[in-house]
Design a protein around this ligand. Structure first.
Ligand code: GLA
Length: 366
């Protein structure tokens, strides 16, 4: 018998390095954080979903078969129900309570946290327990992209893809898989080196000793569904067409020289950012944290000058972190606002408003 009640928590994420590489078949190094979204679900006899977004005190109610288009958080709920149904896991009628502590639009992936928590809680109501904590034997997706455990139900890689469809097709943001994979596969004290060409995940120990990673909000909110994010994606797709490759990471810097601007700069960012991810994974393994700071700042310079996703408010936030003694700082997430990540050596003090972030566990049933 499927349970009558289920609850799931899914974390937001910080991407240490590797920005705008996921939809370009490249590399990224994110980790899950302790903030996230919790969804409590209770099956009901009604053929509808009643959802309450507790933090903003808003409600939605819709019939299970309703495919009407809505905006904002409601699109995530309707999209998750529709995508689960299409995937062969139709949820029953239910009441949902949604609570979260990831600020929306701050670059910490409140969207993926919401999608993944909704998906795991509703899946659990169908009797599918794949939202359980990942046991060690399950392992990470191997470099060939295949999950080491695919027994019954939806493997986590498929949950990530389903959640991305919610965001792409229901919310309208053409985002990649970075956020969903980080939320689903996160582990304590670990960053995930994800290769988006294969969807293989290589866990990298993230031990900071006395160093601290902090995020400082620029105060500027972004909306991927409407903003420059989709435009950047379209530019990268156009660059691929001109170069005759399936993803930008398959091309090389000399080839990209023949692209018209700004496509040339977009491509150069992707190549160099992939190299920085490789270098960052190396320095984490060797414990060379000052070198990590330099890589963060180099990533930011490229996101500002080549990918052009920074804003004056973000630049001012980067400056504040560096003036306070950060050894490196960079915008995190899609850009056009949101948060800035700073790496602080033991003797430096992050500015007021900065919040420490640590790599935490991935999504789970409660
Ligand atoms: C957002 C998207 C991700 C990724 C980043 C940029 O967070 O959701 O898929 O593209 O921007 O690295």
């Amino acid at each position: 018998m499927p349970p009558e009640r289920a609850a799931a928590f899914a974390p937001g994420r910080v991407n240490l390095i590797g920005e705008h590489t996921d939809y370009n078949g490249g590399l990224a190094l994110p980790f899950a954080i302790s903030q996230g979204v919790t969804v409590r679900a209770e099956a009901s006899d009604e053929q509808c979903i009643r959802a309450l977004a507790v933090d903003i005190d808003e409600e939605d109610a819709f019939a299970l078969h309703d495919r009407g288009r809505v905006e904002g958080w409601r699109a995530f709920v309707r999209g998750t129900v529709a995508e689960l149904t299409s995937a062969g896991f139709p949820p029953p009628g239910a009441r949902l309570q949604i609570v979260g502590d990831v600020p929306p639009g701050a670059g910490l992936s409140s969207s993926a946290a919401l999608e993944v928590a909704l998906c795991l809680a509703l899946l659990a109501l169908t009797g599918n327990r794949d939202g359980q904590p990942r046991d060690a034997a399950e392992g990470f997706p191997r470099p060939d992209g295949e999950l080491s455990r695919a027994a019954g139900g939806l493997p986590r890689l498929e949950i990530a893809r389903l959640c991305a469809r919610v965001e792409n097709d229901w919310v309208g943001a053409q985002t990649g898989l970075l956020d969903q994979l980080a939320s689903l596969f996160g582990e304590v004290d670990t960053a995930l080196c994800i290769d988006f060409a294969t969807l293989g995940i290589d866990p990298v120990p993230l031990h900071l000793e006395d160093w601290r990673l902090v995020v400082l909000d620029s105060g500027e909110r972004h909306l991927h569904a409407g903003g420059g994010y989709n435009e950047r994606r379209a530019e990268c797709a156009r660059a691929c067409e001109l170069l005759g490759v399936r993803s930008l990471s398959e091309a090389s810097a000399p080839e990209a020289q023949r692209l018209p601007e700004p496509l040339r700069r977009r491509a150069l960012h992707v190549f160099a950012e992939n190299d920085r991810v490789r270098a960052a994974a190396e320095v984490l393994r060797s414990g060379d944290l000052p070198a990590l700071g330099a890589l963060l700042s180099a990533s930011h310079a490229s996101l500002r000058d080549c990918f052009e996703v920074s804003t004056p408010a973000v630049e001012a936030t980067v400056e504040r972190l560096l003036r306070a003694g950060a050894s490196g700082a960079r915008i995190v997430g899609g850009g056009f606002g949101g948060s800035v990540l700073g790496l602080f050596p033991p003797d430096a003090h992050p500015p007021a408003g900065a919040r420490e972030v640590r790599p935490g566990a991935g999504a789970r049933l409660l």
